[in-house]
Write a protein that binds this ligand. Sequence first.
Ligand SMILES: [Mg+2]
Length: 412
Amino acid sequence: MEKQRQAILLADAESFYASVEITHNPSLRGKPVAVCGDPALRHGLVLAASKEAKAYGVKTGQPAWECRRLCPGVIFVRPHMNRYLESALEMTRIFEQFTDRVVPYSIDEHFLDLSGCERLWGTPHEAARRILRQVWDETGIRCRIGLGENPLQAKMACDRFAKKRVDGFFELNSTNYAAHVWSLPIGNLFGVGPRMKDHFNRMAVRTIGDLARLPREIPTRRWGVNGLLLWLNAHGIDYSTLQPGTLAPQKGVGHCATLPRDYASRQEIEAVLLELTEEACFRARTLGKMGTTVHVYCRGADFDHPSGFSRQKKLPEPASAATEVYPVAQQLFRRHWDGRPVRAVGLNLSGLTDRRCYQLSLFNHREITNSLSAAMDEIRERFGPTALFRAASLTSGGQLFTRANMIGGHEK
Ligand SMILES: [Mg+2]
């Protein structure tokens, strides 16, 4: 079946967190800025850098000290997650003025389907220029746009070309794809990570073109569907269509907490685990959901001897009250923790189901736990997350009061 030619755009914000910080403090514009957590709390990694800082070799993920060594004049700015979420929503709203088919792909990337919009906005290239201008005028953030006939081409156009161009725009299509893309190293292909790159290099596949020229049976036999998908990517073929609202469904609720120091005692770690359980359950309840599976994650403190575990267990029944979820989380932790100091703890509640449908049971008091949770939620909504808490949060391990000032592990 001949598929109708699509016009897919991927819009990506340049140095997103750093750009947002600059819009809040214009005196930073034109200066080397790095958004970075607090080194004392071990969040001291660069989360984003302005293009002036990048010119010195500063990169996302670098520790603060390395950033300072490369760029002694760097200005460190603490992250403000709520500002980034706000700006991301603002960008979504602008994109939605151009098409109703907007799919957020990451916090600073959106896919837009402009197929059939030519009479409204002109050619996709013209539409892209308008979008770039409007985002800049209204938010002070510079975007780059890749245009393609499918999401893969748009993503490759943006990541590999538009980001390097002054006008911030590039188009790939089935006619020019090979000419532009095949000479790039295989690691530049969407879907190829460092491990896959090593596999390919060992097969003497060094460029994207090398993979494209292989018979498709070779990657398919070796890696199954994934191998075939990469081969198709090398040819610029992607059969997916954008489905607003279906991408990125809420998979689960939960957080991971990096601890301010290594925790070695069971009580301390369990205090954090309990707080994370409360938090995840609260999130689930606000969404009107219950979880069916709890996942506990622990990372050891010793870099040279990586330890820790990541295990999940089905709950006896779907639940959204910490009193029901925590015993299972604690059981997982006690069974799998090797007793070594811990650097980070995470908890996730997944398999979310509608909270209004549950199995009535003779053996528990669901109505009572539900109304207890509802009362707790009301208090926290009115008076803040620290208005009501468990006594464990006052013990030495408790992280509630630190975390209450953070979103997604970063400061508000
Ligand atoms: Mg970006």
